[in-house]
Design a protein around this ligand. Structure first.
Ligand code: SF4
Length: 475
């Protein structure tokens, strides 16, 4: 059987003139994971439109398309194209799970939620000539997961080919997050067997790893065993955690010993009202400053995530957030305009109150305002968001933030990572076009090398930061 697996891109990602690096970071791991269930005799190809031009003149028997919100229209067009050619087309992913009725007309079968249990069942049904229209499995397990078909990934087209996911979901329930809708009807947080995760790590070449798990530290028992098992493997890795994961017990120290060098942290907002409204309880009881100090004392770089446009934001939120990030020496910041993804509690609430302004999914990219705002006008929100990115990544602020670290090595790492990420887009564009991205891995590994733990960032010369966290004024 000929099988084609496709990850369509949003329009911007395939411009022949300009290829932002963010679209060439990670390979389509989800498709490579599902490919492992195919028969060894099947002829399978994975095409990722973010890094290659799609070839649409072929004649596969089965087409599997992964759909997320901003590639949805394109995914439907590709599905229609292949169905007209007689292929059997299946659609799955976050957007299909959120809006099955929308996706259904474009597919022969749809997958709701994670596919590890349902895809093998579908393949069996397909071979027997009895495929169902919809697959949703309440069984959630990663036990017995076959090895990801990494040989189908074109490694040289990605900056971070060694990405992996060893858990699924997250133990928390933030209102704006897709997670609850995706995992509805079964467990919403579960892990691989530790031995399987370690075996997958062993199979990956080089030193660098990027865990794409929503919350790698979410299950203490699993994470402890994983980090213990990784000690001595000489790896450097990046991952995501919540604030409570960082502050709980000594897990973050274990992660650092295992090679954690950079972590994505969802700070999201400084307003207790916003946290409460978003059901982001795990941030309410935690001290942002303490988490930052602890990470820096371990030599771990921080990518802080922030959301603008929550109902209790006003026009000073942008400056306060950028200033705080610079003063706390965050290496990178990811800003988002609040986006009510379909299927989330936020979307349902906004829809009930008539606040959804458009259902053009192309605009649901966290860079556009798609809902009726409250504390800010739509223009103020968009302008403030754009300003925040420009300001945080100005050379002045990159230098200011890097100088706040104690050790020279950490200062240099900060400068290279933050500057390299946002200030050398033409260089990245050149590497993407010349397929040379993979050659940058040794440099990335060098930047992520260990720094001698310091007491805290730049605390030799602290600037006072006025913040309101969890109802308490801190300075
Ligand atoms: S902590 Fe992050 S991944 Fe978990 S529910 Fe909240 S937003 Fe989603």
């Amino acid at each position: 059987m000929k099988v084609k697996m496709i990850l369509p891109a949003l329009t911007e990602a395939e411009s022949p003139f300009w290829r932002p690096i963010k679209y060439s970071l990670f390979p389509p791991l989800g498709l490579a994971t599902l490919a492992a269930y195919l028969d060894p005799d099947d002829l399978v190809e994975i095409q990722d439109q973010h890094v290659e031009e799609l070839y649409l003149d072929d004649e596969p028997d089965l087409v599997v398309i992964q759909v997320y919100i901003t590639n949805a229209y394109r995914a439907y067009n590709i599905a229609t194209h292949y169905r007209q050619k007689g292929a059997y087309v299946v659609l799955g992913g976050l957007h299909v799970t959120s809006l099955p009725q929308e996706a259904m007309p474009y597919a022969d079968s749809i997958f709701l939620g994670p596919g590890e249990d349902t895809f093998p069942q579908f393949l069996q049904d397909f071979k027997n000539g009895t495929p169902q229209k919809t697959y949703r499995s309440p069984i959630r397990t990663l036990a017995g997961l076959p090895p990801v078909r990494r040989e189908l990934i074109k490694r040289n087209r990605y900056l971070v080919p060694n990405s992996l996911v060893v858990t699924r979901g997250c133990p928390h329930h933030c209102d704006f997050c897709y997670k609850d809708a995706f995992f509805e009807g079964g467990k919403s947080f579960y892990t691989q067997l530790v031995d399987d995760a370690l075996a997958e790590i062993e199979r990956l070449p080089g030193r660098h790893l990027y865990f794409l798990d929503d919350h790698l530290l979410g299950n203490v028992k699993f994470a402890t065993a994983l980090f213990d098992g990784m000690r001595g493997m000489n790896r450097v890795f990046q991952a995501a955690s919540t604030l409570d994961g960082i502050l709980r017990g000594n897990l973050i120290e274990k992660a650092a010993e295992a090679g954690l060098r950079s972590v994505f942290v969802g700070f999201e907002t400084f307003s207790p009202e916003n946290l409460r409204q978003s059901n982001k309880r795990q941030n309410m009881v935690n001290d942002y400053q303490k988490a930052v100090n602890r990470l820096h004392s371990l030599g771990i770089m921080i990518n802080g995530s922030f959301v603008f446009g929550l109902d209790h934001d006003n026009t000073d939120v942008f400056k306060r957030t950028v200033d705080w990030g610079v003063q706390q020496a965050l290496t990178t910041a990811t800003y988002h305009i609040l986006t009510p993804y379909p299927g989330t509690r936020l979307f349902k609430e906004m829809q009930k109150n008539g606040r959804i302004m458009t259902r053009n999914w192309n605009l649901y990219d966290t860079r556009n305002v798609v809902y009726q705002t409250k504390g800010l006008s739509q223009q103020e929100l968009k302008d403030g968001y754009d300003w925040a990115y420009r300001e945080f990544y100005s050379w002045r602020n990159i230098f200011r933030a890097s100088l706040r670290h104690e050790s020279d090595k950490h200062k240099l790492k900060h400068l290279l990572y933050s500057g390299g990420w946002k200030k050398f887009e033409p260089f990245w564009n050149f590497l993407i076009k010349t397929r040379g991205l993979n050659h940058m891995l040794p440099l990335l590994e060098a930047i992520l090398s260990k720094v001698k733990p310091a007491s805290s960032p730049s605390m030799a010369n602290p600037e006072p930061v006025k913040l309101v966290l969890a109802g308490a004024e801190k300075s």
